[in-house]
Design a protein around this ligand. Structure first.
Ligand SMILES: NC(=O)c1ccc[n+]([C@@H]2O[C@H](COP(=O)([O-])OP(=O)(O)OC[C@H]3O[C@@H](n4cnc5c(N)ncnc54)[C@H](O)[C@@H]3O)[C@@H](O)[C@H]2O)c1
Length: 247
């Protein structure tokens, strides 16, 4: 039980990587707050897991782009479980736009969820963790931010997450809080479901290990970063992408 009694909040927990991460931690003994903007999806995540674990998963509907909603989600977690040891900021959105035709609303939405939303979650979690004198923050970026192979708002938002991680890791280290980013490569989740098969084959051809990532690959990296095995690692942006290079 690697994460026995750790209190973990996961955003984007309604499907994809976030949902898998909730299961991974719950099955390793953690008490998990599963947060998503989609109330039905997050209720399903909690219900499915409480059937075969200790019942220590709660679903919370919240919009990470809204500061009051984030405040309430963190407060509910602390009310229910008494503390907050780990936050994993997985919620994210994409939008396919050609740069010169990018509507303002699409720019604001993608930056608002992926970058501002991650900032709001980090800030609210850090308040609790600073009081505790310990905590672990794990953000989620994207290989697209490094290669540029993605729309401008998405790449900018995910590059911003890496800068955010580096900055706040320095400021929060004195409070016993570690902050790192996972940089996934192309990963099999509902976000990738509508991508044409031809594009998928091109992506796989660019991955030295010869396959798409799976949500469980990301969950295992999150588990490492949330454990004492990584106790001297902070401020790092760690790629989990089958060896894709992006220098
Ligand atoms: N799948 C990939 O290939 C890939 C690659 C690199 C990075 N990522 C990143 O990994 C993370 C997880 O991706 P995924 O593939 O599991 O995506 P997904 O679309 O399958 O799931 C994302 C979840 O986030 C939730 N969400 C969206 N906006 C929200 C908001 N404002 N507040 C709360 N929840 C919200 C959605 O409802 C959904 O349940 C995202 O940040 C994504 O950008 C994904």
């Amino acid at each position: 039980m690697k994460h026995q009694d750790q209190v973990v909040l996961v955003t984007g927990a309604g499907q994809g990587m976030g949902e898998t991460i909730v299961g991974h931690f719950a099955n390793a003994g953690a008490k998990v707050a599963a947060v998503d903007i989609n109330p039905e999806a997050v209720a399903e995540t909690a219900k499915a897991l409480n059937g075969d674990t200790t019942g220590n998963v709660i679903g919370i509907a919240a919009n990470i782009a809204d500061s009051e909603s984030v405040r309430a989600a963190v407060a509910t977690t602390v009310e229910k479980f008494g503390r907050l040891d780990v936050i994993i900021n997985c919620a994210g959105v994409g939008s396919i736009d050609e740069f010169i035709n990018t509507p303002d609303e699409h720019w604001d939405k993608v930056i608002g969820v992926n970058l501002k939303g991650t900032f709001l979650c980090c800030r609210e979690a850090a308040k609790v963790m600073t009081e505790q004198g310990s905590g672990i923050i794990i953000n989620v970026s994207s290989t697209a931010a490094m290669t540029g192979e993605g729309p401008s708002h998405y790449c900018a938002s995910k590059a911003g997450v890496m800068g955010l991680t580096r900055s706040i890791s320095r400021e929060l280290a004195a409070s016993g809080i570690r902050v790192n980013t996972i940089i996934p490569g192309p990963t099999n989740t509902p976000m990738m479901a509508d991508i044409p098969d031809e594009w998928t084959q091109q992506m796989i051809a660019a991955i030295p290990l010869g396959r798409m990532g799976e949500s469980e690959d990301i969950a295992k990296a999150a588990s490492f970063l949330a454990s004492d095995d990584s106790s001297f690692i902070t401020g790092q942006n760690i790629a989990v992408n089958g060896g894709m290079s992006f220098i």
